[in-house]
Design a protein around this ligand. Sequence first.
Ligand SMILES: Cc1cc2nc3c(=O)[nH]c(=O)nc-3n(C[C@H](O)[C@H](O)[C@H](O)COP(=O)(O)OP(=O)(O)OC[C@H]3O[C@@H](n4cnc5c(N)ncnc54)[C@H](O)[C@@H]3O)c2cc1C
Ligand code: SF4
Ligand code: SF4
Length: 399
Amino acid sequence: MNIIAVQESAPHRKLCTDCGVSRTEDPSRCGYACQFISPDYATLEQQVHGRTRGSAGDIEPFFGVVKEMHQAALKPARQGAQWTGITTRLGEALLERGEVTAVLCVGPDPEDNWRPVPRLITSAADMASCRGMRMGYAPLLELLEPAIAAGHTRLAVIGIPCQIYALRALEAELGLEHLVVIGTPCSDNTTTEHFHEFLSLLDSNPEQINYLEFMPDFHVELRFVGGAKKRIPFLQLPIADLRDDFFPLTCRTCVDYVNTLSDITVGYMGGSGEQWLLVRNQRGQDTLEQIRPELSLKAPSSSGKRASAVKGFIENTRRATGGLPLRKMPQWLRPIVGKIMPLTGPKGLEFARTRLEMKAAESILHLRRAAPKRLRSMIPDHVWKLAAPYGITPDKDEC
Ligand SMILES: Cc1cc2nc3c(=O)[nH]c(=O)nc-3n(C[C@H](O)[C@H](O)[C@H](O)COP(=O)(O)OP(=O)(O)OC[C@H]3O[C@@H](n4cnc5c(N)ncnc54)[C@H](O)[C@@H]3O)c2cc1C
Ligand code: SF4
Ligand code: SF4
């Protein structure tokens, strides 16, 4: 079985990424399942990992509960994968071994390769069709009820943080026998429509682009149908030509960059050019063990100092949230997208910490401007702590 969700227009809310809950039988559950209303990470961390994140050192305050961490690559890298394809391989292995009977993830819309569409995959051979990053929002969780109704009570879910928060908030009431959650980090997402505008600024044949990634060597890599590649230095990106609302408020203000409620997180930003695995609990560990012999694993490295990059980013963000139009910004102020880092700077885990602090500051500054009443309920303590060294602390009505 390969269920594909039929998407109609997203429900209209100011802060909603259409994770799918509002499309289920009881949309009122958004009230307690939504990352953008009143998230409670401490309770869910306790529920999922058996403990909350540690408050000392330079790992858990940034990355959440971590049992084991690696720089990693799947050998050989898989065709069509965003990096080497570890995420998809984990889903395949769970299906091959019969640990789950279905994997809920996203794949490409048949009409638009960049648009994510929820898919329920029940055969390992079909997982490959979901490789790669899509830009936009997919109502992933709308397939939970059809999956359970079809008997899939042993389920794996692959998702981005705003989807996984809602999944964890609902988990206890779903009646699943077994759930494995594979998360990826996520930031700077936007609607598929906006993303197509960005592609058309990057190349005269945007419809031929089938891959885009911000690489650690400070280039954006584009790949085209037919195999051609193009690399654009970050500083030459047409960021100043993007519409002011290119990034929706949701993605400017979300608070869980590294998907801390997943059992295992598969990203790249702490991986020094390879992938980055954060195993968070025993379920994540058991899942990794299934493919460990297929991976090259190293201890993650870390170098450089983040403070000046974070300060520069915060200054740019303050100007942008203060209403200075991007297009009038001088060149040196343009890189307000956090992924565009200075050419010299922090690497490995220090790069990941840099991004976490940038994201914390960005979320607070944007909410202060656009929805100040939401600060008190939406910003968790651990996010305030990341922004505090840069003088961003809660006012008395913000905490
Ligand atoms: C919008 C976006 C921004 C990201 N930003 C970062 C970042 O800043 N730092 C970082 O370390 N990692 C980021 N990631 C994760 C990263 O791009 C890779 O997906 C991850 O490293 C896994 O690579 P892989 O080769 O193992 O994945 P693959 O094996 O290629 O599998 C990719 C998986 O991602 C899922 N997926 C793809 N697009 C979406 C989407 N739009 N919504 C939900 N799920 C999706 C698919 O279901 C698929 O299972 C981002 C992902 C997205 C979708
Ligand atoms: S729970 Fe999901 S569907 Fe509901 S408001 Fe939040 S993001 Fe939107
Ligand atoms: S950036 Fe945050 S809010 Fe936007 S899609 Fe990613 S996880 Fe969801």
